[in-house]
Write a protein that binds this ligand. Structure first.
Ligand code: ZN
Length: 235
């Protein structure tokens, strides 16, 4: 049987976890916490390179994701293998997440905020929503998915959720000590670097990221932060 993990991170695409929570994840694993990363899609469409076919891109992205996870000290990476831009809020997707929640039994679940307004990647929105529904109430209720119960996957209550890329920030983590590992992990996603630099309109990714994390730490007694909307699951 798989060992349990204190934290489960659910990313829509390869690189989202590093952007959203890389420094926080590195901090947790440094404290000895077990972190499992679930990557929902293969990231096989996010390129402007017309010379690469999706299958090859998916293989590259998986390799890069494994390397980035290793840099952050993540114990295990689970690839769900959905096509990029192909996520839907389906019973099958929700059940896959419930299965993983009941298997790894995390205290904390970290994912994308589904309530970002207007321009928000569809996969990000859907991942956040389906993870939320899987955590509460589906993973918790024994009458949901009696077949999982028969497999020995007992109900599980997650205690807190952190959502990255939130417009409603209420929680900041100190990543001053782990910022370098966040950058190193992001650089593992070599096939996405050029596009990322273009998206943020800055070729100096590290400088851009440092400014961003410094701005997020404003008002705190540390220098660099990642920021989330945090929800406690009380029942
Ligand atoms: Zn993404």
């Amino acid at each position: 049987m798989t060992e349990t993990a204190e934290v489960m991170v659910v990313a829509p695409h390869p690189d989202d976890a590093e952007f959203g929570a890389g420094g926080t994840i590195a901090g947790w694993t440094r404290e000895g916490k077990q972190v499992v990363l679930v990557v929902c899609t293969k990231g096989d469409k996010g390129t402007s390179d017309r010379g690469v076919v999706p299958e090859r891109l998916a293989r590259i992205r998986e390799q890069e994701q494994r390397e980035a996870a290793r840099v952050l000290g993540v114990r295990e990476v689970v690839f769900l293998g959905y096509p990029d831009q192909g996520l839907e809020d389906t019973p099958a997707f929700r059940k896959e997440l419930v299965r993983l929640l009941r298997l790894y039994r995390p205290w904390t679940v970290v994912t994308s905020d589904p309530y970002r307004r207007y321009v928000s990647h569809r996969d990000h929105r859907i991942t956040g929503q389906v993870v939320l529904d899987a955590v509460y109430p589906c993973a918790r209720d024994h009458l949901a998915y009696p077949d999982l119960l028969e497999e020995g996957l007992e109900p599980h209550r997650v205690r807190e959720m952190l959502f990255w890329q939130s417009e409603d920030i209420n929680y900041r983590t100190d990543i001053t000590e782990t910022f370098d590992r966040k950058v190193t992990a992001l650089r593992c996603h070599a096939s996405q670097m050029e596009q990322i630099a273009r998206a943020v309109a800055n070729p100096d990714l590290e400088g851009w990221l440092r400014d961003l994390c410094r701005a997020l730490a404003q008002g705190e007694d540390f220098e660099l932060a990642e920021a989330f909307h945090r929800v406690e699951i009380l029942r």
